[in-house]
Every structure is written in structure tokens, then in C-alpha cells.
Design a protein around this ligand. Structure first.
Ligand SMILES: NC(=O)c1ccc[n+]([C@@H]2O[C@H](COP(=O)([O-])OP(=O)(O)OC[C@H]3O[C@@H](n4cnc5c(N)ncnc54)[C@H](OP(=O)(O)O)[C@@H]3O)[C@@H](O)[C@H]2O)c1
Length: 315
């Protein structure tokens, strides 16, 4: 008969499981690395925890240093390879540049996973000092610029991954080419739809431009309870969506399941250019296949940011 070791607690077993994942996540003896933008709250925080538990060294980014410090404290027990917060406001070009210059030397030339979970939903139009509207900057433009900036590091990883956390991609994408910050005709639905359109088009374009990686995919977060996304809504709408998500929504951890897998699961190596419409179900996936006309529209928008992109690549 085997002796039972009563000194092994569930906590020990959890630690052993984390250490097993930790060893598997190493490459060339060093831990894999992940940047989670929007990682100090909601879905991004749950993703950072999931990747930390898999042994990734994790950087999280967001505007609030206070929220960042609280998130680091919460993540530390789950991230044996380490977790750090770096401030970032994606509505300001200079801030993005400062962020890239601060993080790049810490990466040592390699980034294994980049997950974008920044987001702002503003009932009234909010613009930054650089003239960028909040949804456009957080749900697309900032993500685009950071992905391009870190593509050299992602390409140096043997299996670099990019994941955009989003909603369902639209059937008919629409960009307001001459006014992406919606100065003339802002509505929250228009802002969401444009950011989702640009993201899905970019994911398709990036996957086609990088057939050997980095891989890129879009994951629908689902309806998620207990996140901060509704904070800028009018009180009534905020209360209604809070009640709806509490009744029918999933937790940030449930929403993070697909996203963590897309960022790290070896079984998904080479999967790129897809949207995953069902949280927690990786079998459901759709290859993004928008028309050349739509892609050309995004290319024209992106051409306006060519100088910013080159600056970031040399930051
Ligand atoms: N919750 C849902 O039901 C749901 C459904 C579909 C899609 N999504 C999408 O999932 C993503 C994550 O949302 P969530 O629900 O987890 O909301 P959340 O808790 O509010 O997270 C949003 C994150 O974005 C960061 N952020 C906001 N503005 C920023 C800026 N200007 N620069 C840099 N970071 C900024 C926030 O940090 P700071 O405030 O510190 O900057 C925060 O970490 C969003 O893109 C959202 O649209 C959510």
C-alpha cells in the first residue's frame, strides 16, 4: 500500500502545475514573453493571469499607474517568471513612442505573444490632444501601431502570436477614410463598427503579409460581466448592461480561455487570419476573407500613419 503524503495541499499541487507549465513555456532556457495591452483590468487582466500561469514573463499596459500597481500585486502569485506594468495611453502618439522605447530593450529581441485588450466605449465623443477619438485609438489604431512596432521581436520568436480581443467582426466593413476620428458624425455604434471593421481587415492583411508568422487572430470576447468597459456609459445604460451581463454574461476568466490559447497553445501554431466568434469554443473559427476593395480602403487609412509607424520601428 502506498503511503499518503498528507503534507501535500491543494495549494502545493497548484504550484506544481504552474511550475510544470513554466518549464514547458521556456525557450532556450528563458521564459516566453507576453505583452497584454489593457492588462490591468477585465479581460486583459484575466489573460495576463492565464499567460503568467503558463510560465510567460508578462508585461501589462494601461493609463492608470494605480490600477497597474494593483494588477501587478494581484498577478504576482500567478506569474513565476515575473510581471511588470508600463504606462501607456494609446490616444497619444508620443506616449506610444515612449512605451515602445521603454519596453523594447527589456524584451531582449524577442516577444512571443502580444494580446490587445485595450478598449473604451464613449457615449459622447472623446478626443485626445492628438485628435484621436477614444474607440478608434483603443480598439484599433493603438493596437495597429504597437503590433507593427513589435513585429521584429514577434518575428524573432519561433512561434510569435498576436491576438485582438474584440466583438464579432462585421459582415460589411466600413471605414470613414477621411474622418476616422468621427469628428463630423459621431455615434457610439458607428465608432464600434468602424474599429471592428478596421481590426478584422488588418488581421486579414497582416496574416497574408506574414505567411510564416507572426500569427494573428481576432477573438470575440463575448458578453463579459465585471469589467470596466461600461464606465463611460450614461447611468441608465450602464445599469442595464451591468444587469444583462450579470444575468447572461461570462466571467473575464471564461472569456480569456480562447484568448490565452490563441496566444500560447502549441496546437494552434500556424493558425492565422481567423476570427473566433465563440468564447470558450476554438472549434468555431472563420477565415477572414474580405474583398480587395475593403482592404484597399484600410491601406489608404494606414498610409496616413506611415511616418508614425517608421518612427516606432526605430524607437
Ligand atoms: N466586456 C465585454 O462584454 C466585451 C465584449 C466584447 C468586446 N470587449 C472588448 O474587450 C476589450 C477589453 O474590455 P474589458 O471589458 O475587459 O474592459 P476594461 O476592464 O475596461 O478594460 C479595458 C482596458 O483598456 C485600457 N485602456 C482604456 N483606455 C486606454 C488608453 N487610452 N490607452 C491605453 N489603455 C487604455 C484600460 O486601462 P486604463 O483605464 O488604466 O487605461 C483597461 O485595462 C475591449 O476592447 C472591449 O471592447 C468587451
Amino acid at each position: 500500500m502506498h503511503a499518503v503524503d498528507f503534507t501535500t495541499t491543494p495549494r502545493d499541487l497548484r504550484a506544481v502545475a504552474i511550475m510544470k507549465d513554466f518549464d514547458m513555456s521556456k525557450r532556450d532556457g528563458t521564459p516566453r514573453s507576453a505583452l497584454v495591452t489593457g492588462g490591468n483590468s477585465g479581460i486583459g487582466l484575466a489573460v495576463a493571469q492565464g499567460l503568467g500561469q503558463k510560465g510567460y514573463k508578462v508585461w501589462i499596459a494601461g493609463r492608470s499607474a494605480e490600477k497597474g500597481a494593483a494588477a501587478v500585486a494581484r498577478l504576482r502569485p500567478h506569474t513565476p517568471a515575473g510581471v511588470e506594468f508600463l504606462p501607456l495611453d494609446v490616444t497619444l502618439f508620443a506616449d506610444i513612442e515612449k512605451f515602445v522605447s521603454a519596453l523594447r530593450p527589456q524584451l531582449g529581441g524577442r516577444l512571443d505573444a502580444l494580446v490587445h485588450s485595450t478598449g473604451a466605449l464613449n457615449a459622447k465623443r472623446v478626443v485626445s490632444a492628438d485628435g484621436l477619438e477614444g474607440s478608434w485609438a483603443t480598439q484599433f489604431l493603438g493596437r495597429y501601431l504597437l503590433t507593427e512596432a513589435f513585429t521584429p521581436e514577434l518575428a524573432s520568436a519561433d512561434d510569435g502570436r498576436v491576438v485582438f480581443v474584440s466583438a464579432q467582426p462585421p459582415k460589411n466593413p466600413r471605414l470613414f477614410e477621411d474622418d476616422p476620428s468621427l469628428e463630423k458624425n459621431y455615434t457610439i455604434m458607428r465608432a464600434i463598427s468602424q474599429a471592428q471593421s478596421a481590426s478584422a481587415l488588418y488581421e486579414q492583411m497582416y496574416a497574408a503579409e506574414h505567411p510564416d508568422g507572426p500569427a494573428i487572430n481576432g477573438a470575440n470576447a463575448g458578453v463579459v460581466a465585471n469589467t470596466g468597459i461600461g464606465r463611460a456609459q450614461p447611468a441608465l445604460l450602464r445599469m442595464t448592461s451591468k444587469a444583462m451581463s450579470a444575468a447572461f454574461g461570462i466571467s473575464p476568466e471564461q472569456s480569456a480561455k480562447n484568448i490565452v490559447a490563441l496566444a500560447s497553445d502549441p496546437a494552434l501554431e500556424g493558425v492565422s487570419g481567423y476570427c473566433f466568434p465563440k468564447p470558450q469554443n476554438l472549434q468555431k473559427r472563420r477565415k477572414l476573407a474580405y474583398s480587395e476593395e475593403h482592404l484597399a480602403s484600410l491601406r489608404r487609412v494606414l498610409a496616413k500613419y506611415a511616418t508614425t509607424k517608421s518612427k516606432l520601428l526605430s524607437a
